[in-house]
Design a protein around this ligand. Sequence first.
Ligand code: SF4
Ligand code: SF4
Length: 324
Amino acid sequence: MPDKPWVAFYWCASCGGCEEAVVDIGEKILEVVQAVNIGFWPVAMDFKREDVEKKPEGFFVASFINGGVRTSEQEDMVKLLRRKSKLIFAFGSCSHLGGIPGLANLYSRNEILNYVYKESPSTDNSQNIFPLTSFEDNGYALHLPEFYDRVYSLDQVIPVDYYIPGCAPPPDIVTGALEALIEGNLPEKGSVLSPNKALCSTCPLNETKPEKLLIRQLKRPHEVQADPDKCFLTQGLLCMGPATRTGCGERCIKAGMPCRGCFGPLDNVLDQGLSMLSALASILDFSPEELSKLEETLEACPDPAGTLYRFSLPASIVKEKRRK
Ligand code: SF4
Ligand code: SF4
């Protein structure tokens, strides 16, 4: 069907959940394949790199790329898809902001390889064998991609036209993006395809928040029986709602869990973690004389980086652990 536009799907450093999110749109996928041809989708169809290389520049009307960029192969593929595509959509948190795999930026490449190939309790590597980028034996050579020193969000490697947020993006957000593409209704380039409002503004529990919210205790979800009908932050549970873009349908809140921040920050917020830290600073009710009590309270958040930057470390101001 040569008259239909072509699209591509590709995955980089991701868990595969975003691929599931494409099929999660259910029967709507039939409407999508009626409107477009899929010309590259390695996880589902047997396309090779050469199939993309042979296409003229700008052949694909859009490429949907999930996952952050961690290896030379991923960098090479996204640069190739950028050349061959009119539009690039960063699909899901990892591509949008670096995502959970981006928390590996708290460690160096060598620390990660040492742990995985040497130090982990289940590893026996007495010969100190570590991955190589090339290996030759008996006249044959094998080349493997280079594992980079950090994870990059997609727009740190190639220009991105649109962002589909979420871990993984929910079906209505994916369908909305595909329909906007097919109908030619896309917003301004650079847009994140969900409303530019904080999750708290659409959260059904917002009305249970007191006008002046102040807390003196932080608790972890497994330590308490949370009241599912009362704002989690009011209960001392660290909910990322104040610093997170809405559009997810408040899925975690409705399931009785505080928001973890997967939709990322609002427009013009440079750093989601700092935005949440600032929200916390304004509600933690301690006087300057009570610093030791505040420190005690903060111990209830044993992994601040993993909590405040669970999805966004590579795209934050800090980006990675500073090395000496
Ligand atoms: S802090 Fe969380 S639970 Fe409270 S209103 Fe905001 S999103 Fe809802
Ligand atoms: S509530 Fe937060 S973590 Fe859960 S889906 Fe929505 S944005 Fe993502």
